[in-house]
Design a protein around this ligand. Structure first.
Ligand code: SAH
Ligand code: MG
Length: 217
């Protein structure tokens, strides 16, 4: 079966949204989300930012009759802070002087017509993972890129991937030459494979899709 692809208006909304996901990886994420949606469980994202990738998970969730849950403290990762390469001054809340990507995220979803298929959780990934009770059909890890954050995301969320569900990791760079914010996502990808609980399904640029095929985490 050919991989599921988003409708042109969804793809257009994705391309118009602020964020850090190229189209090719977005299509791979969409295909994974459409497949995992068949499990009828929530599709969970760590790292909302302004909602670019959330659009794809939300549309796949809508098609499958489930929801996308997206987690972010909305204060930005290290490399997105003022003075760093990935900083966008438009994301700063002038009143408190800190980044706040929540308003832009809400506009993104509204414009895409997908608000009702998304549950947005504002909080730190490890704290949310601790209180998250159920299984997820898909977990997409696209949060902080330090080893501390990536490890917390893996340890907090990988156990919640349902049997047969998918674990998707962004910014996996096996060659240090390609790294832009380090290889922590690559290290958790290796750890997922070494756990014996996950089997690789596909690789599209820096996006890796793994299936939960066993216990072990
Ligand atoms: N998926 C987005 C990009 C995410 S950027 C897109 O498609 O464009 C990474 C995001 O992770 C940032 O918004 C940052 O605030 C968030 N983040 C980093 N560390 C986090 C943590 N420990 N808990 C929650 N969110 C975190
Ligand atoms: Mg990313």
């Amino acid at each position: 079966m050919a991989p599921a692809t988003p409708q042109p208006e969804i793809l257009a909304a994705f391309e118009a949204a602020k964020g850090f996901m190229p189209v090719g990886e977005g299509l791979a994420l969409y295909a994974a989300a459409a497949e995992a949606g068949a499990l009828g469980l929530p599709l969970l994202e760590v790292g909302t930012y302004c909602g670019r990738s959330t659009i794809l998970l939300a549309d796949a969730a809508r098609e499958a009759g489930t929801v996308a849950v997206t987690v972010d403290h909305h204060r930005g990762s290290e490399e997105q802070q003022p003075g760093w390469d990935y900083h966008d001054p438009e994301t700063v809340d002038p009143e408190v002087g800190l980044m706040d990507t929540l308003p832009t995220f809400r506009r993104t979803l509204h414009k895409a017509g997908l608000e009702e298929y998304v549950v947005a959780v504002v909080g730190r990934s490890p704290q949310v993972a601790k209180v998250w009770g159920g299984k997820a059909g898909l977990v997409f890890i696209d949060g902080g890129h330090t080893d501390e954050h990536a490890t917390n995301d893996y340890e907090g969320w990988a156990p919640h991937v349902a049997e047969g569900g998918l674990l998707v990791i962004h910014d996996v760079f096996p060659d240090p030459v390609d790294e832009w914010t380090g290889q922590a996502p690559y290290r958790i990808y290796l750890r997922a494979l070494a756990s014996g609980a996950f089997t690789e399904v596909s690789a599209t640029d820096s996006l890796r899709v793994l299936r939960r095929t066993g216990p072990g985490i």
